[in-house]
Unconditional design. Sequence first.
Length: 124
Amino acid sequence: MSTQYLLVYPNDDLLLMMKLSGNPLDAVYLLKISSTGERLWRRKITDSSSYGGNLQMRDIAFAPDGQICITGSRYDTVIVNNKALPDGAVWLLCLDSMGCLSPGCGDYQDVVTAVQEPKLKALE
């Protein structure tokens, strides 16, 4: 486990985002710590539709409404119709202020990727 990002809340609480490398799944690990050092909550988030790792976290930010938004990419790990997606599949994950996909979540959450191929228009 290595610290990737550290955000500081206005009240000096800390939010750490780390990558957990695993076999077969990588995970995003979030840890919120109070300004006095008390663990407030932790979340481990995986994508069970992805195999083989290569999770890349790119950035984390607070949205104006208090959500925690994380961006990243996965390389050749999401299987659709028995094919790996091309390199560079990107993802955006927005969590509520408690680090949950849905209110009242526990420490562990699994995200199942929904894949949508981009629709390209020809330039005229």
